[in-house]
Design a protein. Structure first.
Length: 52
């Protein structure tokens, strides 16, 4: 295996690893935001119910 082929394979592996990390990070952030939005919505709803 020559040098250029191995470097291309290495590059693809790096891209794959970073891609997976980014997807995991984004999905964690989205889940966190989603839970917080539901939590905030429930609080606002409760306050609204109390005052109305």
């Amino acid at each position: 295996m020559n040098r250029s082929t191995s470097s291309i394979i290495f590059l693809f592996l790096n891209i794959h690893i970073y891609h997976n990390l980014i997807i995991k990070h984004i999905s964690h952030a989205a889940l966190f935001l989603y839970k917080n939005v539901i939590y905030l919505y429930n609080i606002i709803n409760t306050i609204f119910m109390i005052y109305c």
